[in-house]
Design a protein around this ligand. Sequence first.
Ligand code: TYD
Length: 134
Amino acid sequence: MEYPRIIHLKKIPDARGNLTAIEQNSDVPFAIRRVYWIFDVPGGERRGGHAYRKAEELIIALSGSFDVIVDNGRERDSFSLNRSYFGLYVPAGKWRELSNFSTNSIALILSSTDYDEDDYIRDYDEFESYADEN
Ligand code: TYD
C-alpha cells in the first residue's frame, strides 16, 4: 500500500529570491498530467472532501498555509503545509480534505490524470467500501 508523505523539494537559495522546481517521475513519483490551484478561499471554508480512484497528487502550499487530512478508510493523518518547497504526496484511493486556509493562501495541486468526474468518490460511505475492497 502506498502512504501519504511529505516530499522535500529542492530549494535553491538566492539573495535575489529563492527558487524551487519539480520534475515529473523524479521529484514526484508520477508523470504530471494536470496542474490546478485553489485560491481566494473564504475563512472557515474547506475544499476537497473526496477520493480519487486513480489520480495521484502532490499538494503544495505555494503561499500561506492550510491543513490536509488524508484518510485510508481506517486511519486519518493530518498534515500542515506552510512552505512552498514541501509537497504532500497523496496516493490514489485516499480520502483527502483541505481546511484551515490562511488569508491569501494558494494550494497548488499536481495530478497524474486529466480531470475526470468518474474518477471521484464523493460519498464517504462509498469510499469506506471501496477502501475495504482495495
Ligand atoms: P472539485 O475537485 O470537485 O473541488 P472540491 O472537491 O474542492 O469541491 O472541483 C470543483 C469543480 O471544478 C468541479 O465540479 C469541476 C471543476 N474542475 C475542473 O474543471 N478541472 C479540474 O481539474 C478540477 C480539479 C476541477
